[in-house]
Design a protein. Structure first.
Length: 309
């Protein structure tokens, strides 16, 4: 069992001075798509990359640091998160385009990047309009949708290491794989350069509309959810996670205020009064039923962080 969240009354006094905003015992549920979870021991919102780098360089090594993006594929447990939670916004949301290269800050929403590419007549990035997250998270998890992934379009990513060093990593060294990467331990993605393909804005818009329509028809986009809950098992003949969940009789299954979506059963939903514990326990019950019925051990795709209480 995970230990209770460690509270250090004077933690904020041990931290370096910053130009951004910093707050102790800061609520986090409002930032998450599930709308659940406990507070951050300290929440830091850096003013820019230099502010982030200086903070990490001087932050005591024994203090844990967690990065929060759009929190669309994240479950924060009810006890909250110890140490410092960093949320990238403001300056980290900028998008620039030169020729066929699009450079986006880690805090830029994936859908915003797709829209900027459309405006510039760059194709190949339409799939991002179907991913509810930020570019930073998309790089770290090699996010994908409808047949394309970040690995197909990325040229490089800029990261700030735990020591405060800023470095750029090329595509071949990112180690992007199915829902994962080989980023250095503790590294924070601050920017990514993506490669598009010059195309007609009309054609790009049609493809984006198809992505939005497909997502809206098959996913509970208006619910308090966290995206795909479990990764699809490997192997060319393997059933997808939702098929295994459906066959195990879990569609619509409820536990407290948490429910398996009726529309897409690889999505968990907060029906209004769920706790993080409800959602995680329901996910574990789904895993148990799939394991019992199909002999498959589903792996969580949603990140679960923090302590239970």
């Amino acid at each position: 069992m995970m230990a209770a969240r460690r509270i250090e009354p004077d933690l904020i006094d041990r931290l370096p001075a910053v130009r951004g905003r910093i707050k102790a015992d800061a609520p986090l549920a409002q930032f998450t798509w599930f709308r659940v979870g406990g507070p951050a021991e300290v929440l830091f919102r850096p003013a820019d990359v230099a502010d982030l780098a200086a903070f990490l360089a001087d932050c005591p090594a024994d203090i844990p640091v967690t990065v929060l993006g759009a929190a669309s594929n994240l479950l924060i447990r009810d006890g909250g998160i110890s140490g410092v939670v960093i949320r990238l916004g403001g300056a980290f949301g900028r998008v620039g385009i030169q020729d066929a290269r699009l450079t986006a800050g880690a805090g830029a929403l994936d859908v915003t990047v797709a829209e900027e590419a459309l405006a510039a007549g760059l194709g190949g990035l339409e799939f991002l309009s179907g991913i509810p997250g930020t570019i930073g998270g998309a790089v770290r998890m090699n996010a994908g949708a409808y047949g394309r992934e970040i690995v197909d379009v990325i040229e490089s990513a800029a990261v700030v290491t735990r020591s405060g060093a800023l470095t750029r990593i090329g595509r071949d060294r990112l180690g992007l794989r199915y829902r994962g990467s080989a980023l250095p331990e503790g590294a924070i993605v601050v920017e990514a350069t993506l490669l598009g393909e010059p195309d007609s804005s009309d054609r790009i818009e049609v493809r984006m509309a198809e992505v939005r329509a497909r997502r809206g028809a098959t996913q509970p986009v208006r619910a308090r959810t966290g995206g795909s809950t479990f990764a699809n098992p490997g192997g060319p003949d393997a059933l997808k996670a939702w098929e295994l969940i459906d066959r195990a009789g879990c569609r619509g299954l409820r536990l407290g205020g948490a429910q398996v979506s009726e529309l897409h059963c690889n999505f968990l939903i907060n029906t209004g009064d769920a706790t993080a514990s409800d959602l995680e326990a329901l996910g574990e019950e789904v895993r148990r039923r799939v394991r019992d019925s199909a002999g498959v051990d589903l792996a969580w795709e949603i990140m679960r962080i923090g302590s239970p209480s």
